[in-house]
Design a protein around this ligand. Structure first.
Ligand code: HEM
Length: 412
């Protein structure tokens, strides 16, 4: 029998780097469709805004993929660092989800996030000082020197990871998040072992000497409300969710603004527009193009399409956020857009817990960068941009963004 399913993910570089035309064609064909993933598994891809929002809010779509796949008799692929690090809130349903999310939320209360602002500013300013040391006409890599280390430093502050340990931890995560096809290469296994050992030592240290940080908050809950496996999984997930995503937003956002000089000028003329601009940059550039996988526990009908039980569902946020039925002129970047919220941070009970922190980090990152270097430009044009090599599902971001910063204009 011939397989008539269209494929989803594992795209050519041209589509992966700029997937929006591909999303639009697929959405126009059918906003909810069955497709084949790059790993050969079938999945229902949800592309329209209404169906996407409904799917994300539907409790019949389970996030406990491990249990759901096992129930469906499917083989569970083991990633790194292994299943013992996968018991975190993004992989479970209520009541475990409610319990884990409530515990971690203690670190994300508005006062605690706002209190991080001076530290975020200091990190941004220190990184820009380092880049400026290359001289105003030099080409620097904004991803390596700014977009990545900034959120990594912030998640380090939040968790209580000593500054001296961050570079090696960061290097390990970089290896792990680069992705690979087939069996993991030796350096990925090494990076994974390094992270597992490091997080174990960090937890031990906080058990002995608790401090005012998230690891200590979670260690205090260990035993009664949280197993050690859940504690380590949560830390791992927070580091992953907390830095690559925001780094992609900063990198993609800079490129989008440089591609749209009128929008950049409007923002420079009125920096008060920055918070709204950040949400528009998330909508327009899709740093997280798809939500994580879900599995139907019973038949679910979305947009008139019946999805049977035990099927994988993949919600394409990048498509939903450019649905013309929801956002007029969706392919136009408009920092003054007043169309209400988009789905870039998800929706429903798994709505991004770090959204307020990500928005604050992005605000500080753009303020500091554009305040100093309003004339920054791409060095080498668009061809010099290097997009990440993943499967195009989880993240859409750059691994390299060469720019010339130009003179420091902070003091007129
Ligand atoms: C621009 C930056 C970010 C984007 C676009 C983003 C996007 C998302 C999305 C789409 C989800 C939902 C996934 C799903 O339903 O399958 C999510 C969940 C989550 N994000 Fe973020 N995120 C960002 C930054 C952060 C940061 C900075 C943190 C923490 C420091 C964070 C922590 C989390 C957590 C803990 C969850 C799981 C929530 C739950 O399962 O209840 N995120 N994020």
């Amino acid at each position: 029998m011939t397989d008539t399913l269209s494929s989803w993910g594992g795209w050519s570089p041209a589509i992966r780097d700029d997937p929006f035309g591909h999303f639009a064609e697929a959405r126009a064909r059918c906003p909810v469709q069955r497709a084949r993933l790059a790993d050969g598994h079938p999945a229902w891809v949800v592309l329209g805004y209404d169906a996407a929002r409904r799917a994300l809010g539907d409790s019949r779509l389970s996030k406990d993929m491990l249990a759901a796949l096992q129930e469906a008799g499917d083989v569970v692929a083991e990633g790194l660092p292994g299943p013992e690090f996968s018991r975190h809130m993004l992989n479970v349903d209520p009541p475990d989800h409610t319990r884990l999310r409530r515990l971690v939320s203690r670190a994300f209360v508005p006062g605690r996030i706002a209190a991080l602002e001076p530290a975020i500013r200091a990190i941004a300013s220190g990184l820009l000082d380092e880049l400026d040391a290359a001289g105003p006409g030099a080409t620097v890599d904004l991803i390596e020197g700014y977009a990545y280390p900034l959120p990594f430093g912030v998640i380090g502050e939040l968790l209580g990871i000593p500054a001296r340990d961050r570079p090696r931890l960061h290097a390990w995560f970089q290896v792990l998040l680069t992705g690979w096809a087939g069996d993991p290469p030796a350096e990925a296994v090494e990076a994974s072992d390094g992270i597992v050992a490091y997080l174990g030592e960090l937890v031990d240290a906080k058990r002995r000497n608790p401090a005012d940080d998230l690891v200590s908050v979670l260690v205090a809950a260990e035993g009664d409300a949280l197993t050690t496996q859940e504690l380590l999984s949560s830390l791992f997930q927070l580091v992953v969710a907390g830095h690559d995503t925001t780094a992609s937003l900063i990198g993609n956002g800079v490129v989008a603004l440089l591609d749209h000089p009128g929008q950049l000028q409007a923002l420079l003329a009125d920096p008060g527009q920055l918070p709204a601009a950040i949400d528009e940059l998330i909508r327009f550039t899709a740093p997280v193009p798809h939500a994580t996988f879900r599995m139907t526990t019973e038949p679910v009908t979305l947009d008139g399409v019946r999805i049977p039980a035990h099927e994988q569902v993949l919600v394409c946020l990048g498509s939903a956020n450019r649905d013309p039925g929801r956002f007029p002129a969706p392919d136009v970047l408009d920092i003054g857009r007043d169309d209400g919220p988009n789905l870039g941070f998800g929706h429903g009970s798994h709505y991004c817990l770090g959204a307020p922190l990500a928005r604050l980090e992005a605000k500080v990152a753009f303020e500091a960068l554009l305040g100093r270097h309003p004339g920054l430009r791409l060095a080498g044009g668009r061809d010099a941009l290097a997009w990440a090599h993943g499967d195009g599902l989880v993240l859409r971001g750059l691994v390299s963004l060469p720019v010339v910063l130009g003179p420091d204009l902070r003091h007129g």
